[in-house]
Design a protein around this ligand. Structure first.
Ligand code: C2O
Ligand code: CU
Length: 439
């Protein structure tokens, strides 16, 4: 009786705050579009949200309910998944698990209660190997309740494309080659759809730079030499101790938020964001400092993680679930990517209890990369190849390298069925996905 009264009061509370103007409503229209790459004299046909590649940056303050009306104008079914958000399970955007596909011409409304500030992104969760690659993705920023006085708050969404000489996107997805390797790596890298863009800043400015890897498969190891930089958030959540940004591995799905102070004497200089993941260093983008009088540097402390999961909770705990990652013959494409030798949807699924600490081992028996992502949860890396690992942050995606074995710890907090999968889209499309039921 008391309990139900409490529920009613809580419900009233939330509807009152809704009337208090804490809702924001936006429309996302997946549809055909066109994009100008600098290599061609003509536009490249893409699939877009609202006609733009990448889609609009959705930006709200923590405490807002974001209502997103999706109006599917593609010729195929789609869905929108909100990567990194811990929201009501029915809003998670996974066809066959949390909703039906949004058919062409149909609409679906997502209601996202956004309590935690951070850097997130959105993308389809259906035929994802093709839909993301054709351009469907965008960034979602939840701002802190109390605005931080950054000089600039900049979003850099990394992506790569496999383009043909005729200016079109290479139209074969999940090819044998992609499946035998680390998915589809493109031949053109972009930031916010542009090739090697330049961010212009003033000496003395303090910038928050949010970097998101939205590529289908490419892993970046980012570094920005010459500037004092601190990593303040990983995968949307504040870190517990700030640390220097140097060769930080960003696998598909990962995000990193940087706190960059431009030195007062840096006028006229140019700094480069470089990728050093492969043997060939690539310049991704530039920061150009104007030659002018330095501005006053804002002084404040960015938030640090409060509810960090202490590693000792997991100390005595045996591994709850092991997922072996490997390829096998079979499945839709002839080559399947399996978790415990099973392919989605015939997966080896798990059920965990809410509030109970869980240890998961991802054991990569293959020689390929698998950035493993879990929906609706964040976790901590505990062990890499049997050695304890201490990362001062939590994640929602971790790269499991060739033959590597990684143990993670998490405490399920949200009821529902949450998928866990490799974020290399071809691998996921070829079966490398399972689900975790939390009750
Ligand atoms: Cu960005 Cu299921 O993932
Ligand atoms: Cu994989």
């Amino acid at each position: 009786m008391f309990k139900s009264l409490l529920v009613i009061l809580l419900l009233m509370g939330s509807s009152i705050s809704a009337y208090a103007g804490n809702d924001k409503r936006v429309q996302l229209i997946p549809k055909a579009g066109a994009h100008q790459f600098p290599f061609f004299d003509y536009l490249t046909p893409v699939w877009s949200y609202n006609g733009k590649v990448p889609g609009p940056v959705l930006r709200v303050k923590a405490g807002t309910t974001l209502i997103v009306d999706v109006d599917n104008q593609l010729k195929e079914a789609t869905s929108v998944h909100w990567h990194g958000l811990r929201i009501d399970n029915t809003m998670d955007g996974v066809p066959g698990v949390t909703q039906d596909p949004i058919e062409p011409g149909e609409r679906f409304t997502y209601r996202l209660r956004l309590e935690e500030a951070g850097t997130f992104w959105y993308h389809p969760h259906l035929n994802a190997g093709e839909q993301l690659e054709r351009g469907l993705k965008g960034v979602l920023i939840v701002d802190e309740r109390k605005k931080l006085p950054w000089s600039q708050d900049v979003v850099w969404l990394l992506d790569d494309w496999r383009l043909r000489k005729d200016g079109t996107i290479y139209p074969h997805f999940n090819t044998r080659h992609d499946l035998m390797h680390d998915g589809r790596w493109g031949n053109a890298i972009t930031i916010n759809g542009k090739v090697k863009p330049t961010l212009v800043v003033s000496p003395g400015e303090r910038i928050r730079l949010r970097i998101i890897n939205g590529a289908n498969a490419r892993v970046f190891a980012g570094s920005l030499a010459g500037l004092p930089i601190q990593v303040i958030a990983v995968d949307g959540r504040p870190v517990s101790t700030f640390f220097a940004f140097d060769h930080f591995i960003l696998s598909p799905g990962n995000r990193v938020d940087l706190d960059i102070t431009i030195p007062k004497d840096a006028g006229g200089r140019i700094y480069q964001l470089e990728d050093k993941f492969t043997r060939r260093t690539r310049i991704l983008g530039k920061i150009k400092v104007k030659n002018e009088k330095p501005l006053k540097t804002p002084q404040f402390a960015p938030p640090k993680a409060r509810g960090f999961i202490p590693a000792d909770i997991f100390e005595e705990l045996p591994v709850t679930k092991t997922w072996d990652l490997n390829a096998l013959r079979g499945g839709r494409y002839g080559i399947g990517w399996a978790m415990n030798r099973r392919l989605w949807p015939e997966a080896d699924k798990a059920t965990f209890k809410i509030g109970q600490p869980i240890k998961i081992r991802f054991a990569n028996s293959s020689t390929r990369l698998h950035p493993m992502h879990i929906h609706g949860a964040f976790f901590r890396v505990l062990e890499v190849n049997g050695q304890p690992e201490v990362e001062p942050f939590t994640r929602d995606t971790v790269l499991v390298g060739p033959r590597e074995s990684i143990v993670i710890g998490l405490i399920p907090e949200h009821e529902g069925i949450w998928v866990a999968h490799c974020h290399i889209q071809s691998h996921a499309d070829a079966g490398m996905m399972t689900s975790i039921k939390v009750d």
